[in-house]
Design a protein around this ligand. Structure first.
Ligand SMILES: Nc1ncnc2c1ncn2[C@@H]1O[C@H](COP(=O)(O)OP(=O)(O)OP(=O)(O)O)[C@@H](O)[C@H]1O
Ligand code: SF4
Ligand SMILES: [Mg+2]
Length: 371
Protein backbone atom coordinates (compact mmCIF):
# COMPACT_ATOMS: atom_id res chain seq x y z
CA UNK A 1 0.00 0.00 0.00
CA UNK A 2 1.10 3.54 -0.66
CA UNK A 3 1.00 5.13 2.76
CA UNK A 4 1.86 8.55 1.34
CA UNK A 5 -1.40 8.60 -0.58
CA UNK A 6 -3.54 11.54 0.55
CA UNK A 7 -6.71 10.73 2.42
CA UNK A 8 -10.03 12.14 1.18
CA UNK A 9 -9.56 15.00 3.64
CA UNK A 10 -6.43 15.94 1.73
CA UNK A 11 -4.17 15.05 4.65
CA UNK A 12 -1.40 12.49 4.21
CA UNK A 13 -2.83 9.16 5.22
CA UNK A 14 -0.70 7.98 8.10
CA UNK A 15 -3.39 5.97 9.85
CA UNK A 16 -2.00 2.72 11.17
CA UNK A 17 -3.00 -0.46 9.43
CA UNK A 18 -5.75 -2.04 11.52
CA UNK A 19 -5.14 -5.68 12.36
CA UNK A 20 -7.66 -7.98 10.73
CA UNK A 21 -9.06 -10.21 13.48
CA UNK A 22 -7.84 -12.31 16.34
CA UNK A 23 -7.98 -15.38 14.13
CA UNK A 24 -6.25 -13.42 11.38
CA UNK A 25 -3.26 -15.67 10.81
CA UNK A 26 -5.23 -18.92 10.47
CA UNK A 27 -8.15 -17.53 8.55
CA UNK A 28 -8.94 -18.82 5.08
CA UNK A 29 -9.63 -15.30 3.83
CA UNK A 30 -7.50 -12.40 5.04
CA UNK A 31 -8.07 -8.85 3.84
CA UNK A 32 -5.68 -6.20 5.03
CA UNK A 33 -5.86 -2.48 4.38
CA UNK A 34 -7.81 -2.97 1.18
CA UNK A 35 -8.22 0.15 -0.94
CA UNK A 36 -10.15 0.21 -4.20
CA UNK A 37 -10.23 3.34 -6.37
CA UNK A 38 -11.98 4.03 -9.66
CA UNK A 39 -10.86 6.79 -11.96
CA UNK A 40 -13.99 8.33 -13.43
CA UNK A 41 -14.78 11.45 -15.45
CA UNK A 42 -16.16 13.04 -12.30
CA UNK A 43 -13.10 12.28 -10.21
CA UNK A 44 -11.56 9.47 -8.20
CA UNK A 45 -14.11 7.24 -6.44
CA UNK A 46 -12.56 5.86 -3.25
CA UNK A 47 -14.98 2.98 -2.99
CA UNK A 48 -13.03 1.05 -0.34
CA UNK A 49 -10.63 2.94 1.86
CA UNK A 50 -8.47 0.84 4.16
CA UNK A 51 -10.64 -2.11 5.18
CA UNK A 52 -9.29 -5.17 7.05
CA UNK A 53 -11.01 -8.38 8.14
CA UNK A 54 -10.62 -12.13 8.17
CA UNK A 55 -12.96 -15.11 7.78
CA UNK A 56 -12.20 -18.64 8.93
CA UNK A 57 -13.71 -21.73 7.32
CA UNK A 58 -16.98 -22.64 8.99
CA UNK A 59 -17.73 -19.02 9.92
CA UNK A 60 -19.94 -16.36 8.40
CA UNK A 61 -19.04 -12.69 8.28
CA UNK A 62 -21.91 -10.29 7.65
CA UNK A 63 -20.94 -7.05 5.89
CA UNK A 64 -23.58 -4.36 6.39
CA UNK A 65 -23.98 -0.77 5.35
CA UNK A 66 -26.28 1.43 3.31
CA UNK A 67 -26.25 1.55 -0.46
CA UNK A 68 -22.91 2.74 -1.85
CA UNK A 69 -20.86 1.93 1.26
CA UNK A 70 -18.45 -0.30 -0.68
CA UNK A 71 -19.79 -3.77 0.17
CA UNK A 72 -19.99 -5.14 -3.37
CA UNK A 73 -16.76 -3.46 -4.45
CA UNK A 74 -15.02 -5.24 -1.56
CA UNK A 75 -16.35 -8.63 -2.62
CA UNK A 76 -15.60 -8.09 -6.30
CA UNK A 77 -12.00 -7.24 -5.34
CA UNK A 78 -11.72 -10.54 -3.45
CA UNK A 79 -13.01 -12.39 -6.49
CA UNK A 80 -10.66 -10.47 -8.80
CA UNK A 81 -13.58 -9.19 -10.87
CA UNK A 82 -12.66 -5.51 -11.27
CA UNK A 83 -11.48 -4.17 -14.59
CA UNK A 84 -7.75 -3.56 -13.97
CA UNK A 85 -7.64 -0.72 -16.50
CA UNK A 86 -10.08 1.42 -14.54
CA UNK A 87 -9.41 0.23 -11.03
CA UNK A 88 -6.53 0.65 -8.61
CA UNK A 89 -6.43 -1.95 -5.86
CA UNK A 90 -3.89 -1.91 -3.03
CA UNK A 91 -3.57 -3.88 0.18
CA UNK A 92 -3.59 -7.61 0.70
CA UNK A 93 -6.20 -10.22 -0.06
CA UNK A 94 -5.14 -13.72 0.84
CA UNK A 95 -7.38 -16.65 -0.12
CA UNK A 96 -6.18 -19.99 1.27
CA UNK A 97 -2.69 -18.51 1.59
CA UNK A 98 -2.56 -17.11 -1.98
CA UNK A 99 -2.42 -13.38 -2.67
CA UNK A 100 -5.18 -12.28 -5.03
CA UNK A 101 -4.09 -8.65 -5.51
CA UNK A 102 -1.74 -8.56 -8.48
CA UNK A 103 -2.48 -12.13 -9.58
CA UNK A 104 -2.86 -12.66 -13.35
CA UNK A 105 -6.31 -13.07 -14.94
CA UNK A 106 -5.85 -16.75 -15.65
CA UNK A 107 -4.77 -17.57 -12.09
CA UNK A 108 -7.66 -15.65 -10.53
CA UNK A 109 -10.07 -17.38 -12.88
CA UNK A 110 -8.78 -20.71 -11.67
CA UNK A 111 -9.33 -19.70 -8.05
CA UNK A 112 -12.79 -18.43 -8.85
CA UNK A 113 -15.37 -21.16 -9.08
CA UNK A 114 -13.06 -23.73 -7.55
CA UNK A 115 -11.85 -22.13 -4.30
CA UNK A 116 -14.21 -19.18 -4.14
CA UNK A 117 -17.64 -18.51 -5.55
CA UNK A 118 -20.28 -15.82 -5.44
CA UNK A 119 -24.06 -15.74 -5.16
CA UNK A 120 -25.48 -12.56 -6.65
CA UNK A 121 -28.60 -10.68 -5.70
CA UNK A 122 -30.15 -11.30 -9.08
CA UNK A 123 -29.92 -14.93 -10.22
CA UNK A 124 -30.78 -13.94 -13.77
CA UNK A 125 -27.48 -12.09 -14.01
CA UNK A 126 -25.67 -15.38 -13.36
CA UNK A 127 -27.94 -17.78 -15.26
CA UNK A 128 -27.93 -17.56 -19.05
CA UNK A 129 -31.49 -17.54 -20.46
CA UNK A 130 -30.61 -19.67 -23.54
CA UNK A 131 -29.22 -22.70 -21.69
CA UNK A 132 -30.94 -25.10 -19.36
CA UNK A 133 -30.27 -24.61 -15.66
CA UNK A 134 -28.78 -28.08 -15.32
CA UNK A 135 -26.43 -27.65 -18.24
CA UNK A 136 -25.05 -24.43 -16.72
CA UNK A 137 -24.40 -26.11 -13.39
CA UNK A 138 -22.82 -29.13 -15.09
CA UNK A 139 -20.58 -26.86 -17.20
CA UNK A 140 -19.47 -24.97 -14.08
CA UNK A 141 -18.41 -28.36 -12.69
CA UNK A 142 -16.59 -29.48 -15.82
CA UNK A 143 -14.55 -26.26 -16.07
CA UNK A 144 -12.78 -27.28 -12.87
CA UNK A 145 -13.05 -31.05 -13.34
CA UNK A 146 -11.90 -31.57 -16.92
CA UNK A 147 -11.68 -35.33 -16.40
CA UNK A 148 -15.37 -35.61 -15.53
CA UNK A 149 -17.51 -36.86 -18.43
CA UNK A 150 -20.95 -35.48 -19.31
CA UNK A 151 -22.81 -38.15 -17.39
CA UNK A 152 -20.82 -37.54 -14.22
CA UNK A 153 -21.22 -33.78 -14.51
CA UNK A 154 -24.96 -34.20 -15.05
CA UNK A 155 -25.22 -36.43 -12.00
CA UNK A 156 -23.29 -33.92 -9.91
CA UNK A 157 -25.61 -31.10 -11.06
CA UNK A 158 -28.74 -33.15 -10.31
CA UNK A 159 -27.35 -33.97 -6.86
CA UNK A 160 -26.68 -30.29 -6.19
CA UNK A 161 -30.18 -29.27 -7.36
CA UNK A 162 -31.54 -31.89 -5.00
CA UNK A 163 -29.30 -30.68 -2.19
CA UNK A 164 -30.59 -27.10 -2.45
CA UNK A 165 -34.18 -28.29 -2.26
CA UNK A 166 -35.34 -28.24 -5.90
CA UNK A 167 -38.07 -30.88 -6.24
CA UNK A 168 -37.73 -33.44 -9.06
CA UNK A 169 -34.17 -32.34 -9.78
CA UNK A 170 -33.61 -34.74 -12.70
CA UNK A 171 -36.60 -33.23 -14.55
CA UNK A 172 -35.74 -29.67 -13.53
CA UNK A 173 -32.21 -30.15 -14.86
CA UNK A 174 -33.56 -29.78 -18.41
CA UNK A 175 -35.59 -26.63 -17.77
CA UNK A 176 -34.63 -23.05 -18.62
CA UNK A 177 -34.21 -20.29 -16.02
CA UNK A 178 -37.54 -18.66 -16.98
CA UNK A 179 -39.32 -21.90 -16.03
CA UNK A 180 -38.06 -21.54 -12.44
CA UNK A 181 -39.68 -19.29 -9.81
CA UNK A 182 -37.55 -16.53 -8.24
CA UNK A 183 -36.82 -18.62 -5.14
CA UNK A 184 -35.93 -21.66 -7.26
CA UNK A 185 -33.61 -19.61 -9.44
CA UNK A 186 -31.83 -18.41 -6.31
CA UNK A 187 -31.49 -22.03 -5.15
CA UNK A 188 -30.18 -23.02 -8.58
CA UNK A 189 -27.58 -20.26 -8.38
CA UNK A 190 -26.54 -21.48 -4.94
CA UNK A 191 -26.22 -24.98 -6.42
CA UNK A 192 -24.02 -23.60 -9.19
CA UNK A 193 -21.84 -21.69 -6.69
CA UNK A 194 -21.36 -24.79 -4.56
CA UNK A 195 -20.90 -27.35 -7.31
CA UNK A 196 -17.11 -27.24 -6.94
CA UNK A 197 -17.23 -27.20 -3.15
CA UNK A 198 -15.60 -23.76 -2.75
CA UNK A 199 -13.88 -22.96 0.52
CA UNK A 200 -15.04 -19.34 0.30
CA UNK A 201 -18.54 -18.30 -0.65
CA UNK A 202 -19.59 -14.67 -1.04
CA UNK A 203 -23.33 -14.03 -1.03
CA UNK A 204 -24.17 -10.48 -2.09
CA UNK A 205 -27.71 -9.59 -0.98
CA UNK A 206 -28.81 -13.15 -1.78
CA UNK A 207 -32.32 -12.72 -0.42
CA UNK A 208 -33.25 -9.10 -1.12
CA UNK A 209 -35.34 -9.89 -4.19
CA UNK A 210 -37.28 -12.66 -2.45
CA UNK A 211 -40.39 -12.60 -0.31
CA UNK A 212 -39.98 -13.06 3.42
CA UNK A 213 -40.82 -16.78 3.55
CA UNK A 214 -38.47 -17.71 0.73
CA UNK A 215 -35.86 -15.40 2.24
CA UNK A 216 -35.95 -17.37 5.49
CA UNK A 217 -35.66 -20.67 3.59
CA UNK A 218 -32.63 -19.47 1.64
CA UNK A 219 -30.91 -18.27 4.81
CA UNK A 220 -31.58 -21.64 6.46
CA UNK A 221 -30.23 -23.36 3.39
CA UNK A 222 -27.02 -21.31 3.50
CA UNK A 223 -26.56 -22.20 7.17
CA UNK A 224 -27.09 -25.93 6.45
CA UNK A 225 -24.74 -25.88 3.51
CA UNK A 226 -22.09 -24.16 5.55
CA UNK A 227 -22.29 -26.87 8.17
CA UNK A 228 -21.95 -29.49 5.43
CA UNK A 229 -19.25 -27.88 3.27
CA UNK A 230 -17.42 -25.99 6.03
CA UNK A 231 -17.03 -22.93 3.80
CA UNK A 232 -16.02 -19.47 4.91
CA UNK A 233 -19.01 -17.28 4.03
CA UNK A 234 -19.35 -13.55 3.52
CA UNK A 235 -22.94 -12.43 3.58
CA UNK A 236 -23.49 -8.92 2.28
CA UNK A 237 -26.70 -7.19 3.24
CA UNK A 238 -28.11 -3.83 4.25
CA UNK A 239 -30.25 -5.65 6.83
CA UNK A 240 -28.79 -6.18 10.29
CA UNK A 241 -31.74 -8.48 11.02
CA UNK A 242 -30.44 -10.94 8.42
CA UNK A 243 -26.98 -10.72 9.94
CA UNK A 244 -28.44 -11.52 13.36
CA UNK A 245 -29.97 -14.70 11.95
CA UNK A 246 -26.97 -16.21 10.22
CA UNK A 247 -23.65 -14.45 10.80
CA UNK A 248 -20.97 -15.08 13.43
CA UNK A 249 -19.14 -11.78 12.94
CA UNK A 250 -20.13 -8.39 11.55
CA UNK A 251 -18.35 -5.64 9.69
CA UNK A 252 -20.23 -2.34 9.44
CA UNK A 253 -19.14 -0.17 6.51
CA UNK A 254 -19.75 3.51 5.93
CA UNK A 255 -18.33 5.57 3.08
CA UNK A 256 -15.95 2.79 2.04
CA UNK A 257 -14.51 2.38 5.54
CA UNK A 258 -15.01 -0.06 8.37
CA UNK A 259 -16.68 1.78 11.25
CA UNK A 260 -17.39 -1.16 13.55
CA UNK A 261 -16.37 -4.80 13.68
CA UNK A 262 -17.01 -7.60 16.15
CA UNK A 263 -18.98 -10.74 16.82
CA UNK A 264 -22.72 -10.65 16.11
CA UNK A 265 -23.33 -10.81 19.82
CA UNK A 266 -21.12 -7.78 20.47
CA UNK A 267 -22.38 -5.63 17.64
CA UNK A 268 -26.09 -6.37 18.04
CA UNK A 269 -26.15 -6.41 21.85
CA UNK A 270 -23.74 -3.55 22.52
CA UNK A 271 -23.34 -1.55 19.31
CA UNK A 272 -20.69 1.13 19.62
CA UNK A 273 -20.90 3.34 16.56
CA UNK A 274 -23.68 5.94 16.17
CA UNK A 275 -24.10 4.75 12.57
CA UNK A 276 -24.73 1.19 13.78
CA UNK A 277 -27.30 2.56 16.24
CA UNK A 278 -29.03 4.18 13.27
CA UNK A 279 -28.97 0.98 11.23
CA UNK A 280 -30.45 -0.95 14.14
CA UNK A 281 -33.33 1.44 14.63
CA UNK A 282 -34.26 1.09 10.98
CA UNK A 283 -34.50 -2.72 11.03
CA UNK A 284 -38.03 -4.12 11.52
CA UNK A 285 -36.97 -7.52 12.86
CA UNK A 286 -34.74 -5.99 15.54
CA UNK A 287 -37.26 -3.40 16.48
CA UNK A 288 -38.50 -4.47 19.88
CA UNK A 289 -41.62 -2.38 20.05
CA UNK A 290 -43.99 -3.38 17.27
CA UNK A 291 -46.00 -0.17 17.64
CA UNK A 292 -43.08 2.22 17.50
CA UNK A 293 -42.08 3.71 14.15
CA UNK A 294 -38.91 2.62 12.44
CA UNK A 295 -36.47 5.48 12.45
CA UNK A 296 -34.50 6.03 9.27
CA UNK A 297 -31.06 7.59 9.53
CA UNK A 298 -31.44 11.25 8.56
CA UNK A 299 -29.58 12.51 5.49
CA UNK A 300 -27.94 10.53 2.71
CA UNK A 301 -24.82 8.40 2.35
CA UNK A 302 -21.80 10.47 1.30
CA UNK A 303 -20.29 10.81 -2.16
CA UNK A 304 -17.22 8.62 -2.38
CA UNK A 305 -15.60 11.14 -4.70
CA UNK A 306 -15.76 13.81 -2.06
CA UNK A 307 -16.03 12.27 1.38
CA UNK A 308 -16.67 14.68 4.25
CA UNK A 309 -13.40 15.39 6.10
CA UNK A 310 -12.81 13.81 9.49
CA UNK A 311 -15.40 11.18 10.37
CA UNK A 312 -17.36 10.70 7.15
CA UNK A 313 -20.53 10.16 9.20
CA UNK A 314 -20.34 13.56 10.92
CA UNK A 315 -22.91 15.41 8.77
CA UNK A 316 -25.50 12.83 9.85
CA UNK A 317 -24.32 12.17 13.39
CA UNK A 318 -26.28 13.74 16.21
CA UNK A 319 -23.27 13.29 18.51
CA UNK A 320 -20.68 14.90 16.21
CA UNK A 321 -20.35 18.02 18.40
CA UNK A 322 -20.10 15.96 21.56
CA UNK A 323 -16.74 14.66 20.35
CA UNK A 324 -15.49 18.24 19.79
CA UNK A 325 -14.03 19.48 16.53
CA UNK A 326 -12.24 16.17 15.90
CA UNK A 327 -15.35 14.67 14.32
CA UNK A 328 -14.91 17.18 11.47
CA UNK A 329 -11.14 17.11 11.14
CA UNK A 330 -9.70 13.69 12.08
CA UNK A 331 -10.57 10.35 10.56
CA UNK A 332 -11.23 8.11 13.60
CA UNK A 333 -9.17 4.92 13.73
CA UNK A 334 -10.75 1.55 14.23
CA UNK A 335 -9.73 0.70 17.79
CA UNK A 336 -10.83 -1.59 20.65
CA UNK A 337 -14.27 -0.57 21.83
CA UNK A 338 -13.55 -0.80 25.56
CA UNK A 339 -10.62 -0.55 27.94
CA UNK A 340 -8.62 -3.77 27.83
CA UNK A 341 -11.07 -5.23 25.33
CA UNK A 342 -9.27 -8.26 23.99
CA UNK A 343 -12.27 -9.86 22.36
CA UNK A 344 -11.89 -7.99 19.10
CA UNK A 345 -14.81 -5.56 19.22
CA UNK A 346 -13.56 -2.51 17.30
CA UNK A 347 -15.08 0.90 16.63
CA UNK A 348 -14.03 4.01 14.70
CA UNK A 349 -15.46 6.93 16.68
CA UNK A 350 -13.87 9.78 18.63
CA UNK A 351 -16.27 9.40 21.56
CA UNK A 352 -14.90 7.66 24.65
CA UNK A 353 -16.33 4.31 25.76
CA UNK A 354 -18.20 6.06 28.59
CA UNK A 355 -19.67 8.67 26.26
CA UNK A 356 -20.78 5.97 23.83
CA UNK A 357 -22.49 4.06 26.64
CA UNK A 358 -24.32 7.20 27.79
CA UNK A 359 -25.32 8.33 24.30
CA UNK A 360 -26.44 4.86 23.24
CA UNK A 361 -28.81 4.81 26.22
CA UNK A 362 -30.06 8.27 25.16
CA UNK A 363 -30.39 7.06 21.59
CA UNK A 364 -32.54 4.11 22.56
CA UNK A 365 -34.74 6.32 24.67
CA UNK A 366 -35.13 8.94 21.93
CA UNK A 367 -36.10 6.55 19.16
CA UNK A 368 -38.18 4.32 21.41
CA UNK A 369 -36.42 1.16 20.40
CA UNK A 370 -35.85 -1.74 22.76
CA UNK A 371 -32.91 -3.65 21.41
N1 LIG B 1 -16.85 0.35 -11.69
C1 LIG B 1 -17.09 1.43 -10.98
N2 LIG B 1 -16.71 2.66 -11.38
C2 LIG B 1 -16.96 3.76 -10.64
N3 LIG B 1 -17.58 3.75 -9.44
C3 LIG B 1 -17.99 2.55 -9.00
C4 LIG B 1 -17.78 1.34 -9.72
N4 LIG B 1 -18.30 0.30 -9.02
C5 LIG B 1 -18.80 0.85 -7.89
N5 LIG B 1 -18.62 2.19 -7.88
C6 LIG B 1 -19.01 3.11 -6.81
O1 LIG B 1 -18.43 2.63 -5.61
C7 LIG B 1 -19.30 2.87 -4.52
C8 LIG B 1 -19.51 1.62 -3.73
O2 LIG B 1 -20.29 0.75 -4.51
P1 LIG B 1 -20.78 -0.67 -4.03
O3 LIG B 1 -21.40 -1.32 -5.22
O4 LIG B 1 -19.69 -1.40 -3.36
O5 LIG B 1 -21.88 -0.29 -2.96
P2 LIG B 1 -22.72 -1.29 -2.07
O6 LIG B 1 -22.33 -1.04 -0.65
O7 LIG B 1 -22.60 -2.67 -2.58
O8 LIG B 1 -24.19 -0.72 -2.27
P3 LIG B 1 -25.59 -1.48 -2.56
O9 LIG B 1 -26.17 -1.79 -1.21
O10 LIG B 1 -26.40 -0.44 -3.29
O11 LIG B 1 -25.33 -2.69 -3.39
C9 LIG B 1 -20.57 3.48 -5.09
O12 LIG B 1 -20.49 4.88 -4.94
C10 LIG B 1 -20.51 3.11 -6.56
O13 LIG B 1 -21.15 4.05 -7.34
S1 SF4 C 1 -16.49 10.38 15.38
FE1 SF4 C 1 -17.93 12.02 15.81
S2 SF4 C 1 -19.22 12.15 13.97
FE2 SF4 C 1 -18.15 10.18 13.88
S3 SF4 C 1 -19.58 8.74 14.77
FE3 SF4 C 1 -18.22 9.43 16.43
S4 SF4 C 1 -19.31 11.17 17.35
FE4 SF4 C 1 -20.27 10.79 15.37
MG1 LIG D 1 -23.89 -3.96 -3.55
Amino acid sequence: MDSSEPSPSGEPDDRPVVPAQRSDQDAYLRVRDLRVRFDTEDGVVRAVDGVSFAVERGRTLGIVGESGSGKSVTSLAILGLHDPKRTTITGEISVGGRQVVGLGDEEVRRLRGRDMAMIFQDPLSALHPYYTVGRQIAEAYRVHHPKANRREARQRAVDMLDRVGIPQPARRFDQYPHEFSGGMRQRAMIAMSLVNDPALLIADEPTTALDVTVQAQILDLLADLQAEFNSAIILITHDLGVVGQVADDVLVMYGGRAVERGSVEQVLRAPQHPYTWGLLSSVPSLHGDADADLVPIPGNPPSLINLPPGCAFHPRCRYADRAGSRSRTEVPELRPAGEGDSAGHLVACHLSAEERATFYAEDIASVGVAR
